[in-house]
Design a binder for this molecule. Structure first.
Ligand code: GLN
Length: 433
């Protein structure tokens, strides 16, 4: 089954024999998360033969909690995509409908769980890459608050936006994997909120997110941001509305809220993500990592030729990101995008003065057919309208299956305040019951 769906770039089992809360569980690891001795390609020709000498912190923690790694999951090249079709190793297919994409960029991770090939999976979410494939494949995915989970060993795409996140078929299992990987790490300074008083809500101690999956939403106030429903496919809206209605019957209250600046979020996201990517991917120069065109000729030629190993989407983003950061254009694009990012954060802060959690469709569309969005990158970028604002604001969010429309999975997204993981897990677990 796994060959048909193209779930893994490398199928390899790693079992450290540890006893722990994840003992007996199999796990798929997205191929941009470093695994000692097991190649880590980022879905790119550039790193086709790269074997890391160390484990990412999340891998170390998941294996120490007893999980058995079963493979390195397919992904869009360097996490750049929404369909897993930009992978240099061919697309992954959606187990719910094999003519459709599994979403991306962590498509192999979500599809592995949906197909029953792995109990658990890790993905990374820069602008929706855990939540989108979770929604498209009908499984659960969490994008943690920025700084909750260590990024040590994650190959960077856009550092200020991304977090590694857990995927599983139930909210409780997803939360249990988050418990295993969360918490401060001395090798990632952005996880050290425990040392800064202002952020004393950071769970420096061991967490028990799994216990929050108790379905108890009685008295919870759920905000419905109208902007995140406008423009979504009617079938998606209907399915999501129905699921939210079921929470009302369990004692939750819903109120409409407005996040006016999220209309600019996806544009701001792409400027910031591409700018950070253009800088991060400069390290693939043929000298330090991975593929090299050789050292004949001058350095510029070697550099240019080496970078032919990037695929079209990655090249497009490096070019656009470099442009947005260049002298004369920096204020016009990058600085403006940073302003929009600040407004998006303010809108969320204001909303959380009124409500406990926000609910919306995870994706405004149903899973694309294979090949459908490849010709039109802008269309693909716009599909990230509901997920990217969350990354700009560094907030936690979960995607939980809301039901199906035309036989295809639909995801419901809950967004919480900073370090409000318990609340989103509780809300999502009530949908599932
Ligand atoms: N689809 C978004 C992008 O292409 C999100 C990717 C991600 O979260 N890694 O940038």
């Amino acid at each position: 089954m796994s060959t048909d769906l193209n779930l893994y770039i490398t199928e390899e089992t790693v079992d450290r024999g540890a006893e722990g809360p994840l003992a007996g569980e199999t796990i798929a690891i997205k191929d941009n998360i470093s695994t000692e001795g097991v190649r880590t390609t980022c879905g790119s020709e550039m790193l086709a033969d790269y074997v890391p000498p160390y484990d990412a912190t999340v891998v170390e923690r998941a294996l120490a909690a007893g999980a058995t790694m079963v493979g390195k999951a397919n992904m869009d090249e360097f996490g750049m995509g929404t369909t897993t079709e930009t992978s240099a190793f061919g697309p992954t297919r959606n187990p719910a409908d094999t003519d459709r994409v599994p979403g991306g960029s962590s498509g192999g991770s979500a599809a592995a769980v949906a197909a029953g090939a792995a109990d658990l999976a890790l993905g990374s979410d820069t602008g929706g890459s855990v939540r989108c494939p979770a929604a498209f494949c009908g499984v659960v995915g969490i994008k943690p608050t920025y700084g909750l989970v260590s990024r040590y060993g994650l190959v960077a795409y856009a550092n200020s936006l991304e977090q590694i996140g857990p995927i599983a078929s139930t909210v409780e299992d997803t939360a249990a994997l988050l418990d295993a990987i969360a918490g401060p790490d001395e090798r990632d300074a952005t996880t050290r909120y425990d040392e800064i008083d202002e952020f004393d809500r950071h769970p420096a101690e061991a967490t028990d997110y799994a216990a929050a999956a108790d379905g108890d939403v009685d008295g919870m106030t759920i905000g419905i941001p109208t902007e995140l429903f406008d423009g979504a496919d009617e079938r998606v809206v209907e399915t999501v509305d129905h699921a939210i209605g079921s929470l009302e019957s369990r004692g939750a209250e819903t109120v409409e809220v407005s996040l006016p600046s999220v209309d600019h979020a996806v544009q701001a996201y792409y400027v910031i993500a591409m700018s950070e990517a253009s800088s991060n991917l400069a390290r693939f120069d043929g000298v330090r990592y991975g593929h090299s065109a050789g050292h004949d000729g001058n350095w510029n030629e070697t550099f240019a030729e080496t970078r032919e190993a990037f695929g079209a989407e990655v090249k497009r983003r490096i070019l656009l990101g470099t442009y947005a950061l260049s002298e004369g254009y920096h204020d016009k694009y990058y600085k403006k995008a940073q302003d929009a990012r600040a407004w998006v954060k303010q809108d969320f802060d204001a909303a959380f003065e009124e409500v406990d959690v926000l609910a919306s469709p995870t994706m405004p569309v149903l899973p694309f057919e294979l090949g459908e969005s490849l010709e039109d990158p802008l269309q693909m970028y716009l599909a990230d309208a509901n997920t990217t604002p969350v990354n700009l604001a560094n907030l936690p969010a979960i995607s939980v299956p809301a039901g199906t429309a035309d036989g295809l999975p639909v995801g419901l997204q809950f967004v919480g305040p900073r370090f409000g993981e318990e609340t989103i897990i509780r809300a999502a677990s009530a949908v599932e019951d």
